[in-house]
Design a protein around this ligand. Sequence first.
Ligand SMILES: Nc1nc2c(c(=O)[nH]1)N[C@H]1C(S)=C(S)[C@@H](COP(=O)(O)OP(=O)(O)OC[C@H]3O[C@@H](n4cnc5c(=O)[nH]c(N)nc54)[C@H](O)[C@@H]3O)O[C@H]1N2
Ligand SMILES: Nc1nc2c(c(=O)[nH]1)N[C@H]1C(S)=C(S)[C@@H](COP(=O)(O)OP(=O)(O)OC[C@H]3O[C@@H](n4cnc5c(=O)[nH]c(N)nc54)[C@H](O)[C@@H]3O)O[C@H]1N2
Ligand SMILES: [Mo]
Length: 817
Amino acid sequence: MTNPWTDIRATDLVIIMGGNAAEAHPCGFKWVTYAKEHRGAKLIVVDPRFTRSASVADFYAPIRQGTDIAFLSGVINYCITHDKVQYEYVKHFTNAGLIVNEGFGYKDGLFTGYDEAKRDYDRSTWSYEMDENGYAKNDETLTHPRSVWQLLKKHVSVYTPEMVERICGTPKDKFLKICEMIAECSSPTKAMTSMYALGWTQHSKGAQNIRTMCMLQLILGDIGVRGGGVNALRGHSNIQGLTDVGLMSNLIPGYMNIPMENETDLKTYLGKRKFTPTRPNQVSYWQNYDKFFISFMKAMWGKAATKENDFAYDYLPKLDIANYDILKAVDLMDHNQMNGYFCQGFNPVLAFPNRKKVERGLSKLKFLVVMDPLETETARFWENHGDFNDVNTSEIKTEVFQLPTSCFAEDEGAVVNSGRWLQWHWAGQNPPGEAKHDTWIMAQLWLRLKKLYEKEGGVFPDPIVNLHWPYEDESEPQPAELAKEMNGYAVEDLYDPKDPTKKILEKGKQVPGFASLKADGSTASGCWIYSGSFTEDGNMMARRDNTDYDGAGLYPKWTFAWPANRRILYNRASADFDGKAWDPERKVIEWNGEKWTGFDVPDIPPASDPHAVGPFIMNAEGTARLFTLAGLRDGPFPVHYEPFESPVVNPIAPNIRGNPAARIFDEDLAQLGTSDEFPYAATSYRLTEHFHYWTKNNRINAALQPQFFVEISEELAAEKGVVKGDWVRVWNKRGQVFAKALVTKRIRPIICDGKPVHVIGIPLHWGFIGEAKKGFGPNSLTPFVGDANSQTPEFKAFLVNMEKSKAPVDENGKAEQ
Ligand SMILES: Nc1nc2c(c(=O)[nH]1)N[C@H]1C(S)=C(S)[C@@H](COP(=O)(O)OP(=O)(O)OC[C@H]3O[C@@H](n4cnc5c(=O)[nH]c(N)nc54)[C@H](O)[C@@H]3O)O[C@H]1N2
Ligand SMILES: Nc1nc2c(c(=O)[nH]1)N[C@H]1C(S)=C(S)[C@@H](COP(=O)(O)OP(=O)(O)OC[C@H]3O[C@@H](n4cnc5c(=O)[nH]c(N)nc54)[C@H](O)[C@@H]3O)O[C@H]1N2
Ligand SMILES: [Mo]
């Protein structure tokens, strides 16, 4: 989230699109209710289903899943053609005036540089025209035909209200009503907030869905302001923390990347990441990449990371392909290219797409380790449960190890919420029986591996045996020790760069923030963005002071927010070009003639002249990008592509299937279906009463939502001769599920291009373990393809067929009731 949860209360308009916050984030949703009650804020919900969020909305409109880019590009087009743009913001704070390279072009759904065989682009023309000083050329009038603004205007012009209705199935009058409501927020004293989650991410163009909203928020001038922003509502309680500390196959902590194998030395690696400014005077904060990276290497390998050995650069694994995401990992298993798999707090049999392929992959492993406090379908994937898990146990040779862990309520540590607040919590109980903390198990693994390497040697034992392990009890690092290491500390005495005789931090002391980190090996920090969270003043994450200046809802003394305890990202943009708040009622920070001051930590060096330094300090040009250059793999502007399995033809690009830059393996391509065979557009979602696949172990949750169902419209039910409570079979080329039919007015056929599209809603909470009735989830049916940038699977839009059926049977041949 750019803004904290508590800031939603300061908004004028909430748009929930690509999520269902009332259901999946019911606690945070209270700030929406608060804004409605106290400010008269309005709520818009755009969803294929009439959801629990929709039931309390001021305005609801249906949309066919997988078409949000067309919808939002239509809103942008409306704002531009109706002069509902905050031009002062656009001119000074975005790249609207920068001139794009002459070789850049777009035609029939593709940008310049496309290579069909590689399903990828040569992105070299997606760049600015530079002047003789190496700066991007700028046209402040925004009229140059190759300025970003003119290219954008042209790019979105095809998304007229008629085209939006044709693609999205949103009736034109409803679409225009939403445009009017949103356009009002182009006023400097009105703000809209966007709340989204998986309805946008789980598509083959998920990153571009989000980008389109970013672009809209920029032209409304709603980024950096109170009550504004683009707010990703995160999932698992600590999934924000997971991404922050780099638990992705291509990341290391703090959103730095694992090197590629052709980056054979530190200089080459850093050279590509220390971006120098592309406009005069800009901060371009990634210029400090080396400080964060080398401090990370010191945290990892301590004394073994020296200037002479490039700070142990060779110890880091290198990638031969862009990433090893879950789809790639399962594909490797399925091709006998992976021997073992560690599954820690994860239930892939139910969570990953194409369950048949996942179970086939697991069956080919030599060993599978499951670290979990509960029994999971993954740990028991080899067990036959009749229709519910139709496997031949005698053919599966995978050895499964179950290591019982504690669960989150038995752990101490920080949980990072969607608003980037690191909130410390304490264990409520000790783990029962044989269960151990995850940290203990991982420490034991390392200690044993180290011993083996020390005894037996190996090709390259150095990264394992030299790991820096400074914990008091080496067999179980404590959460506070790990947190202090992430914050960072001085490896040597640190001196003031302006006065080298002045010592500013003694060796071994905690650094106060990432500005203290150095590229010479004199500091260590496990995760630079967390620097400031555990300083010499103590554990900032454990703070519980709810002081709130100006009623701004920023609570600067409550826990710690990364980066640097900043609550609203890009907050310099809350003030106009001269540094005065756009809305005096909603001031964040202002320029007082000498420095930036106010209610939040300025997101700009405090003495930056407002006319010289742009607010988007992480970008080399200092402005936000309406045109992303080569930042995303699938285009500098978003384009509407249909899902890989779509019920209709795309009028924008009729010959392109799915996102043309998304990776798909050949065998999975062959398993895609078409609308002739599989006419219904399915989507998957969650319910308040369950949390994924583990609350079905709890009797109360199991009683609240006991049984798997699918939601269908009255129209489809009538066509199929199905009544509420009947068993239906839903299937496609990848598998089948049996479910109780829930016939409801909440789902209506969506009319696209004059033809009805029937939507089938599939909740995801059931399996063959636990207290609830045995059932299925959507992933026996979902396609094995992901987003071109993040590889998040296309869980939200796929095709199925459906018929009335008999009940499924269990392993004893007993029919389910
Ligand atoms: N009670 C409960 N809360 C949870 C969870 C849980 O399991 N139970 N899980 C947590 C996790 S890990 C996550 S990631 C979050 C997820 O939070 P959400 O994303 O809010 O949850 P979902 O129900 O998966 O999907 C939200 C909505 O997206 C809609 N949708 C699908 N496709 C599209 C589309 O193309 N466009 C638009 N506009 N809408 C679409 C669906 O109809 C659905 O209503 O929830 C978290 N909160
Ligand atoms: N079709 C479809 N598929 C989806 C989605 C969808 O919307 N549609 N959503 C996707 C999303 S966003 C998510 S997040 C995934 C969720 O998929 P999973 O993460 O696999 O789902 P959970 O059931 O939450 O699994 C978490 C496991 O962690 C265990 N656990 C709890 N505490 C601890 C602990 O301290 N240590 C350890 N080691 N284990 C612990 C729990 O017992 C549980 O078994 O599903 C994904 N799959
Ligand atoms: Mo999630």
